[in-house]
Design a protein around this ligand. Structure first.
Ligand code: ADP
Ligand code: ASP
Ligand code: MG
Length: 472
């Protein structure tokens, strides 16, 4: 649809009845101009609450589980009471209660089993989004004067079966979107789709990974050939650094798809790392906007910048671990060990955040997310079991007390001495740099530093590269 606007509202933009009313106002203004489709997150902190409830269930802690269920009910009942006119409340309560009961049934199963199967987690955790989409759709429809209908993303987004971190199958999703979303738009009804979830071809519920509602929205925008995607969040756009870490972080008015993808991949929570992929080919523009400050222009994500600006933003990730592998002798070529290790890594589906090798020793190290470490080590130790047993490879070393920094910007390649300035700024703060990697795109420089120096180093780089000044 040529003029379709897809808008996604994140957890804080769905956080209360008051925030939902603001979202409805934004939807109503956009709807007056053009067709819109909405994607919503669960109310803020609800996904964490659902996951925590399932952990209590698995651990046999009924009272912890019941306490969480009370909180879940209260958050949504409060929102229902504050949002809807009295006459519309009983029907809404029935819908909410049915979804909460569905969640409870799954959690009870986990309590009984003392287990938390990942497939059941995916089915249960998406109930957060199913609750919020019902509230918003019914509010729009019954009170705000906008015809709207809640849509379960599981009926639209077709994925592979990697539960917890599924990948969409875009052609199949396009067919579903045409069957379910397009007819609503044709009738002038605003679809309010759940973010975060999908289902396999044979209907098993999946999720797209934490923060995945951004991805849901971009998948929908991509398969619907939307004109634009607007992502509403709680900051004024994509900034030169996480504003919670760097006080004078500034909004970047334009960033490229490549810059945004690098920032997201390297830990800028403002976008889910896979958000941009479905949009790049069709050059669908994306805006990141603040639902708490609707007048601000936000960030526009574009294919290219008019003038490339060097180091523009810096991100960090704390929950990472560095794995180092070193051949002990020259008996086996180092590259073979590397290939074997990487093959094993690929099978785990873990993401390698940076990779660095030295040529003489053929030793190499790489960074993975801490939650993926156990699976990664298991796979590599298995793949290299003979070499380890014979002493051809030294025992694998793991360093958990590290953090990853990424300095990102189109045109960094053209700035002489930039890398040197960055390293000097970090060393000036007495922070040890453990590893350095520069991707072949030269859009990103990665540094691995000691965990305790991470925030200091981020601030030092932000200041050294005058990122706030350059942004404005
Ligand atoms: P939502 O619930 O709307 O999806 P998130 O909490 O996932 O919102 O993402 C928004 C948060 O991302 C901001 O509150 C901010 O603290 C954080 N953030 C981290 N890095 C950046 C950055 N470079 N620019 C903007 N925000 C960032
Ligand atoms: N509710 C999900 C989460 O918290 C998805 C999202 O908000 O993007 O991870
Ligand atoms: Mg998010």
């Amino acid at each position: 649809m040529t003029d379709l606007l897809v808008m996604k509202f994140g957890g804080t933009s769905m956080g209360s009845a008051e925030r939902m009313k603001v979202a409805a106002q934004i939807i109503s203004e956009a709807r007056a101009q053009r067709p819109v489709a909405i994607v919503v997150s669960a109310m803020s902190k609800i996904t964490d609450l659902l996951l925590d409830t399932m952990r209590h269930a698995e651990g046999g802690d009924r009272s912890g589980m019941d306490q969480n269920l009370d909180t879940l009910r209260k958050r949504h009942e409060d929102a229902c009471r504050e949002l809807l006119p009295e006459a519309a409340q009983p029907a809404m309560r029935v819908r909410l209660e049915a979804l909460i009961a569905e969640f409870q049934r799954i959690a009870e199963g986990m309590l009984l089993l003392g287990d938390r199967p990942i497939r059941s987690v995916d089915e249960a955790v998406a109930i957060g989004e199913r609750l919020s989409s019902q509230l918003v759709a019914v509010y729009l429809d019954s009170t705000a004067g906008i015809r709207a209908e809640a849509v379960n993303g599981a009926e639209v987004i077709v994925t592979d079966s990697v539960f917890g971190n599924a990948t969409p199958l875009l052609e199949l999703t396009r067919v579903k979107a045409q069957a379910i979303v397009s007819p609503l738009l044709t009738q002038g009804i605003v679809p309010v789709m759940t973010g975060f979830n999908g289902a396999t071809q044979d209907g098993r519920p999946t999720t797209l990974g934490r923060g995945g509602s951004d991805f849901s929205a971009s998948i929908l925008a991509g398969v619907m050939d939307a004109a634009e995607l607007w992502i509403w969040t709680d900051v004024d756009g994509i900034m030169t650094a996480d504003p919670r870490l760097v006080k004078d972080a500034a909004v970047l008015h334009e960033v490229t798809y490549a810059e945004a993808a690098e920032l997201a991949y390297n830990g800028a929570k403002v976008l889910h790392p896979r958000t941009l992929a479905p949009l790049v080919e069709k050059k669908i523009p994306v805006y990141s906007k603040n639902s708490f400050n609707t007048g601000a222009p936000g960030t526009k994500i574009v294919p290219q910048l008019k003038t490339a600006g060097g180091a523009r933003a810096v991100t960090s990730m704390a929950n990472v671990a560095m794995v180092s592998i070193e051949p002990a002798t020259a008996t086996i070529p180092g590259t073979r060990i590397m290939a074997r290790a990487l093959d094993a890594l690929a099978l785990t589906n873990a993401e390698v955040l940076t990779f660095s090798s030295s040529s003489y020793r053929q030793s190499f190290c790489f960074l993975v997310r801490r939650e993926e470490l156990t699976a990664v080590l298991q796979a590599i130790e298995e793949a290299l079991s003979l070499e380890l047993a014979h002493g051809y490879v030294k025992p694998i070393e793991v360093e958990e007390n590290v953090g990853l920094i990424a300095v990102v910007g189109e045109g960094m390649r053209g700035v002489p001495g930039l890398a040197g300035r960055i390293f000097t700024a970090v060393s000036r703060e007495q922070v040890n740099i453990i590893a350095i990697a520069q991707g072949s795109s030269e859009l990103t420089i990665n540094l691995v530093v000691r965990r305790e120096g991470l925030e200091k180093a981020v601030r030092a780089i932000h200041e050294e590269c005058r990122m706030s000044e350059l942004a404005s």
